[in-house]
Design a protein. Structure first.
Length: 230
């Protein structure tokens, strides 16, 4: 009897492992395809119109973060202004808190940049169905995971230690957002910190501006260029 139970447990573990492996392959394959497609779209849009250049050095990195915070602040502002059907009190409070955090991040970076900041960007949320809970929360998950990876990758580019400290404090808040959104989207999801965002060493995904901007591009109508950043 003891051996039978052990064998059954091993079979269950093998099933979970195989299911996780298949899911991992699909995630990474899909991400690679979307990344390649987005890069092509970004290049075409930049060639067609004069792009807003983020600049170089610390200013370029701060403008890069400022662009992403503009996107997130605009998204959550629209989410809270037109709640999706069935949004409960808990979800409304969480989404409102996240909106306020993103606005605070945007304004902090705006103040830090002063006259060196890029102009206000025009966003494009035409692909988002704001009346659909699934569409809104899936997009929120995309933005939060992307934002965390962006700050993770940008830290190495900063030279001013004060900016680096501020970025570290912002990314920790963005990571809280990411975890909360994943929990709201699916409270029973075993991949709340799956291998699509955390590797086997327990390290989060890190992306450079050249990798992040193509993924954010479908949601930003204003062409943005990071030619002076990696």
């Amino acid at each position: 009897m003891h051996r039978t139970d052990t064998g059954r447990q091993t079979g269950d573990q093998r099933h979970r492992f195989e299911r996780s492996s298949r899911r991992s392959v699909l995630k990474w394959t899909g991400a690679a395809f979307l990344s390649a497609t987005a890069i092509g779209a970004t290049l075409n849009k930049s060639l067609a119109q004069g792009a807003v250049d983020l600049g170089r050095g610390d200013v370029g990195v701060l403008n890069y973060a400022y662009a992403l915070e503009q996107l997130e602040a605009a998204f959550y502002t629209q989410v809270t202004a037109s709640p999706y059907g069935g949004m409960n009190q808990y979800e409304a409070r969480i989404l409102t808190d996240i909106r306020d955090h993103e606005i605070a991040h945007r304004e902090f970076l705006k103040g830090a940049l002063g006259r060196r900041r890029i102009p206000d960007l025009e966003v494009d949320f035409s692909a988002v169905n704001f009346s659909s809970r699934r569409s809104v929360l899936t997009t929120a998950r995309t933005f939060e995971d992307l934002g965390v990876s962006a700050y993770n990758g940008a830290g190495q580019l900063l030279r001013n230690p004060d900016y680096l400290v501020a970025a570290g404090r912002i990314v920790s808040v963005e990571a809280r957002h990411a975890a909360t959104i994943r929990h709201i989207l699916d409270p029973f999801d075993e991949d709340f910190a799956g291998d699509d965002i955390v590797d086997r060493n327990g390290l989060d995904v890190s992306r450079l501006p050249s990798q992040v901007l193509p993924l954010a591009d479908p949601f930003i109508a204003t062409p943005v260029s990071a030619t002076q950043l990696p």
